[in-house]
Design a protein around this ligand. Structure first.
Ligand code: 5GP
Ligand code: ZN
Length: 136
């Protein structure tokens, strides 16, 4: 289950070089080529799936466990103060590589990362309406 046109399938196959942290049966982890902070890494399932909506539960669980493992490595070995996990789903959700992946981004006190958005104020009736829409 690999896609010949997919960059991350090529990383898995060693057709594109990468700095691997592990290469195991279910998941592979490697350094992000354009890190947001020191130690920014990605974990991906070996099986190609496009995104969060398509991935199997088993691959999702293995990749999520891999993200926790990465966060622990970043904390223990790089001494980060916190971690952000990020998954982007769909172009509108900022996804640029269409092989499911979770970013584990170490955070350091005073680092320059900032949230690109501010939470909105919304009234309770509107929240109730949206919750009903989501429940279906
Ligand atoms: P997305 O934008 O889909 O959430 O994340 C894709 C990530 O993959 C980006 O952070 C980008 O820097 C990283 N990336 C893109 N191409 C390569 C590559 O060839 N090798 C590595 N190691 N990372 C890549
Ligand atoms: Zn792929």
């Amino acid at each position: 289950m690999s896609d010949p046109n997919c960059i991350f399938c090529k990383v898995i196959a060693h057709e594109i070089p990468a700095h691997f942290l592990w290469e195991e049966d279910e998941t592979v982890a490697f350094m992000d080529i354009n890190p947001w902070t020191r130690g920014h890494a990605l974990v991906i399932p070996r099986n190609h799936s496009t995104d969060l909506l398509e991935i199997s539960e088993q691959d999702l669980a293995a990749t999520a466990a891999g993200a926790q493992r990465l966060a622990r490595m970043q904390k223990e070995r790089l001494g980060c103060d916190g971690v952000n996990l990020l998954n982007s789903c769909g172009a509108a959700g900022w996804q640029t590589v269409f092989h499911f992946h979770i970013h584990s981004i170490p955070r350091y006190e005073g680092d320059p990362l900032q949230l690109p958005t501010r939470p909105q104020q919304v009234d309770q009736d509107e929240l109730a309406k949206i919750a009903a829409e989501l429940r279906g």
